[in-house]
Design a protein around this ligand. Sequence first.
Ligand code: CA2
Length: 143
Amino acid sequence: MPDILILNGPNLNLLGQRQPDIYGAQTLDDVAQMCRDVVGQAADLRFEQSNHEGALVDLIQDARQTADAIVINPGAYSHTSVAILDALNTFDGPVIEVHISNIHKRETFRHHSFVSGRADAVIAGLGTEGYAAALRRILQLLT
Ligand code: CA2
């Protein structure tokens, strides 16, 4: 059975608690449950969130041995982190980048993502449904 790492960057632990107009009403626990419902028995999920860039790099490095694919919402680190891009470039499996909001409709500093240079697909603006779409695509790619 494939293993999929779902990785969430800074402040995404606040989902559902602030700014529901931008990020929706679901909490991160709700998103994790939705992801488990989407994959069912088809994959094992590891769902993680960190506010720390180095911790995210460590999780990506671990995934080289423990995961077949990565779904990542790097949060604000999308727009700043060469370290996360470098870590993802050491990972051999499919990587899908998810943004809950449409970063291209927001401030210009959000329009560029370093992670997109490695991602096999980029989803933005589908709300938390973007995680489900990413997982469906990952399951297609892995089977
Ligand atoms: O749209 C996305 O998913 C983002 O990755 C979210 C990041 C933002 O910096 C990116 O530009 C786009 C921010 C996540 C903050 O999440 C919050 C959730 C609820 C309340 C406050 C922040």
